[in-house]
Design a protein around this ligand. Structure first.
Ligand SMILES: *Cc1c(COP(=O)(O)O)cnc(C)c1O
Length: 381
């Protein structure tokens, strides 16, 4: 993940980011090494308060990963065997895996081809189908804010309320984003985010958090993340797990947090430059009116993807395909797929391509990405 050779552009550059903020990180980490409270030290509560401040969510609960955050949120609602959890067909494995880990059945929903998010019309249809078939009990929806853009919560919230379903935002890629005047963490009944190093706010290892306005939910999550205990650490009130955020990771995240808004601003600047440079040679992402993405990925749709990837590679520019196979077509999930069809997810999987986007990219890096892409698409200057 270091700078690509021969003047290449790195896909990510966590070390360059560290160099930029090293003084803050080092001071925070040294403080933890000095006090020695490596699990649930004071930095964890301090980080939770800071996260609540950043997102506007009244309650923030830190956990060990984004996947744990999703599972704990579902288990907190009592979701389990016999329950249907609706998830988009086009997402990272973890979204659907969390439903299965909670003991429920993921039911796959097609996505909106412009925003890549769960399609509310298809969702309504698949809820009706599950009720008609009668085998599973509809319980929850996990909407994914793919690539950093919040899903359409203004439509999802009333639908879930009407259907009596728990609406969980998989905000692993979207911390800091906004839509309809609201911040990520305040949409749906709860949000789960991740601090995996490649996410917009990345730790130096794994981490995650849950956000909500409901203090009862937050209290339950704090118990579930710590062996199901109550105020007394030897009171076993329920079956819980070990999903604590390390104090060292909380310290790193606290050091990074003050820099985060500026990084999001830079991510948007780069996305704008890509949009202007590529709009006539690829389907570039559109941000709906009233929304702000944090651009966890910059993903375009192209025909002849292999040829374009090869051209980029030749110019020292890495690219990635998120995601090449819709989740219901993956080996582990075929048993949940039934005879379903997800035509939009299939089309996206065949055409999508993600370009390097991180705050360390310089303007000249972006220009080189655009130039190499245009050349590979047969439209060089
Ligand atoms: C990264 C990611 C997750 C899982 O987060 P981890 O911290 O890696 O467990 C879940 N959902 C989506 C959409 C993700 O991108």
């Amino acid at each position: 993940m270091s700078a690509g050779g021969k003047g290449g552009v790195p896909l990510l550059d966590p070390v360059a980011q560290y160099r930029r903020i090293a003084a803050d990180v080092d001071a925070r980490v040294r403080a933890v090494l000095a006090h020695g409270r490596f699990v649930h030290g004071p930095e964890v509560a301090e980080f939770e308060a800071a996260l609540a401040g950043l997102t506007g969510a009244p309650e923030a609960v830190a956990v060990a990963s984004g996947t744990d955050a999703l599972v704990i949120a579902l288990r907190g609602e009592g979701v389990g065997p016999g329950d249907a959890v609706f998830v988009p067909a086009f997402t990272f494995l973890s979204t659907a895996g969390a439903a299965a880990l909670a003991g429920a059945a993921p039911v796959f929903v097609d996505v909106d081809p412009r925003t890549f998010a769960i399609d509310p019309d298809d969702l309504a249809e698949r809820i009706r189908a599950v009720r008609r078939e009668g085998g599973l009990r509809p319980r929850a929806v996990i909407a994914v804010d793919l690539f950093g853009l919040p899903a359409d919560y203004d439509r999802l919230e009333p639908l879930c309320r009407e259907e009596g379903l728990f609406l969980l935002a998989d905000a692993a890629q979207s911390l800091g984003a906004r839509r309809g005047g609201r911040g990520v963490g305040t949409m749906g009944d709860a949000a789960a985010t991740s601090f995996f190093p490649s996410k917009p706010l990345g730790a130096y290892g794994d981490g995650g958090a849950l956000l909500t306005a409901d203090p009862g939910r937050a209290r339950l999550w704090r118990s579930l993340r710590n062996h199901g205990t109550g105020d007394d650490p030897y009171d076993g009130l329920r079956i819980g797990t070990n999903s604590r955020l390390d104090t060292l990771q909380a310290a790193v995240l606290l050091a990074k947090l003050p820099h985060f808004p500026e990084e999001v601003r830079r991510r948007n600047e780069i996305a704008r430059a890509y949009g202007e440079g590529l709009r006539d040679v690829a389907v570039t992402p559109e941000v709906p009116a009233g929304a702000e993405s944090v651009w966890a990925q910059y993903s375009v749709l192209v025909d002849g993807r292999d040829r374009i990837r090869a051209g980029l590679e030749e110019a020292g520019i890495p690219s990635r395909v998120y995601y090449p196979i819709p989740v219901p077509r993956q080996k582990a999930f075929r048993g949940f797929a039934g005879g379903g069809a997800w035509p939009e997810a299939d089309r996206l999987a065949a055409r999508i391509l993600s370009l390097p986007l991180h705050p360390e990219l310089r303007d000249e890096d972006c220009a080189r990405v655009v130039e190499a892409f245009r050349k590979a698409a047969g439209r060089g200057s």
